[in-house]
Write a protein that binds this ligand. Structure first.
Ligand code: ATP
Length: 297
């Protein structure tokens, strides 16, 4: 007998969401398979939160259909398959971390032990601290722990590290990454390019309510044909380099030269044959470049 095929974690089918004249989401088609870690990356107002709200059933699309594991989002949430870590709100400040989780576990019908989720979210060391005394990063990990209570197959995080410092952000993502290794499907919205690059295995770049790029971080980065050529050199003729075909800009300081260009071969040839350049390196332009190219007018 053939095994029954599982529906994808998420299917968005021709989704539009309009608020009066504002077209927040403008025809999005997207399928996310089980186990994918997907970053929704886009500038302010691109439509990331609106899309997430629709996936969670908090907003209804103006047009189009969507399903989570083949069912309505509310049904997926009721079954404990779908859970979310939102940006703010929702914590009782005078409860301790452990009390908050015990309370939520009863409210939602616990599946996972409170001690276990505290460990997985990395907040077991503050279990008896009152929420109001926890740092922003710890409160966000508490939201993550709450989301883990139902042991969801699909976790959505809307800008979960907003306002955290670099170390808190790194620790938060470490917890998420360890958890993702268990096979959970994860979608997160972020402004931070490096978060998308480091923690997602697929980036969906959104601009004005539309998907403008979709692929692995490598694939998305390769959308920009720009290259960066770096070399050590004692002296350069700036005008000559800028006049080479395909050169967009250059930086030169303390003997280090960096050239942004579309034709790295001719730049490399010039540097090696006409100057004393050494330690030549050629790299693809980064995600930031692609982000700016694809998300601005
Ligand atoms: P950010 O990164 O700033 O959070 P975003 O990509 O999440 O932005 P959304 O919050 O989805 O973007 O907003 C998309 C557009 O829809 C924006 O122009 C926003 O002002 C508008 N919008 C969002 N929610 C509402 C609402 N409830 N009523 C009216 N307009 C809204």
């Amino acid at each position: 007998m053939m095994a029954k095929q599982q529906p994808p974690a998420l299917v968005l089918n021709g989704i539009y969401k309009h608020y009066g004249d504002i077209q927040a989401v403008n025809g999005v088609d997207l399928t996310i398979e089980k186990g994918e870690i997907v970053a929704f990356l886009g500038p302010n107002g691109a439509g990331k939160t609106t899309t997430i709200d629709m996936i969670l059933g908090l907003q209804q699309p103006t047009q189009g259909s969507l399903s989570v594991f083949g069912m309505h989002p509310h049904q997926a949430i009721r079954r404990g398959l779908l859970s979310a870590v939102m940006q703010t709100g929702g914590l009782l400040r005078d409860y301790t971390v452990a009390e908050t989780l015990q309370f939520m576990a009863i409210l939602y019908g616990r599946r996972t032990s409170v001690v276990d989720v505290m460990k997985r979210a990395g907040i077991d060391h503050v279990s008896s601290s009152q929420v109001r005394l926890c740092s922003g990063g710890e409160q966000q990990r508490l939201r993550f722990a709450i989301a883990l209570l139902s042991d969801p197959e699909f976790l959505i995080l809307d800008e979960p590290t907003q306002g955290m410092d670099v170390e808190a952000r790194r620790n938060f993502w470490l917890s998420i990454r360890q958890d993702a290794a268990l096979g959970r499907t994860i979608v997160f919205a972020t402004h931070y390019l490096e978060e998308a690059d480091s923690y997602a295995n697929r980036i969906v770049l959104i601009r004005k309510g539309e998907i403008v790029a979709d692929g692995t971080p490598m694939e998305v980065k390769s959308k920009s044909s720009d290259k960066i050529v770096r070399a050590h050199v004692t002296d350069i003729d700036k005008d000559k380099i800028l006049s080479l075909a395909g050169v967009h800009s250059l930086d030169f300081a303390n003997g280090k030269l960096e050239i942004r260009c579309s034709d790295s071969d001719s730049v490399a040839r010039y540097l090696l044959l006409q100057t004393n350049a050494a330690n030549l390196e050629i790299a693809l332009a980064g995600l930031e470049e692609v982000f700016l190219n694809l998300t601005h007018d």
